[in-house]
Design a protein around this ligand. Structure first.
Ligand code: TQI
Ligand code: CA
Ligand code: ZN
Ligand code: ZN
Length: 169
């Protein structure tokens, strides 16, 4: 079963803008735009929400960035594996990815040469769930289940994720 953050915080507007910072990553910006557009589309298809990319951090509701180690929010990243990414509850809007991971953004993660390869889109769909107000779920095939095996791709919302997000929006 899905869960919410304490007090069920949620966004009060239907259109949310996001900005992707490209510092500290070697993934090119066109690829990042595509991966995040697909990840946001999973959630917009299940709700009345719309997501649009903006070039400027200043008018973004959601800011996405890659960071290594201590990056100033009290939740330092830990190097390869361990914590891959984190996001905060509504309406904070920060979504951070560990810059030291072996991210697969434009290929087939199940065929990646590294055992440690992590599918960016799968992690993005999960973290966007947190950004929108979902906590973890006990349903094993849900996006919000708190385990992702490396070298797997999981990007389709389960019925449980859809029921969770529709309960908020
Ligand atoms: N990052 C944790 C996560 O996103 C951070 C976290 C722990 C968290 N508890 C939280 C974030 C409560 C918000 C609210 O769950 S992680 C997975 C999954 C991580 C884990 O790097 O461990 C995914 C990132 F679900 F597979 F375990 C992405 Cl998909
Ligand atoms: Ca890490
Ligand atoms: Zn952070
Ligand atoms: Zn999580």
């Amino acid at each position: 079963l899905f869960s919410y953050f304490p007090g069920s915080p949620r966004w009060s507007k239907k259109t949310l803008k996001y900005a992707i910072a490209t510092t500290e990553t070697s993934i090119d910006r066109a690829t990042l735009s595509l991966v995040f557009a697909r990840a946001f589309a999973r959630w917009s298809e299940a709700t009345m929400l719309n997501f649009t990319e903006t070039a400027s951090d200043a008018d973004a509701d959601i800011t996405i960035g890659f960071h290594a180690g201590d990056h100033g929010d009290g939740e330092p990243f830990d190097g390869p594996l361990g914590t891959l990414a984190h996001a905060f509850s509504p309406t904070n809007g920060r979504l951070h990815l560990d810059a030291t991971e072996t991210w697969v953004a434009d290929g087939d993660v199940t065929r990646a040469s590294s055992d440690a390869a992590v599918d960016l889109e799968s992690v993005a769909v999960h973290e966007i769930g947190h950004i929108l107000g979902l906590g973890h779920s006990s349903v094993a095939d849900s996006i919000m289940y708190p385990t992702l095996t490396s070298r797997t791709k999981k990007v389709n919302l389960a019925t449980d994720d859809v029921q969770g997000i529709q309960g908020l929006y």
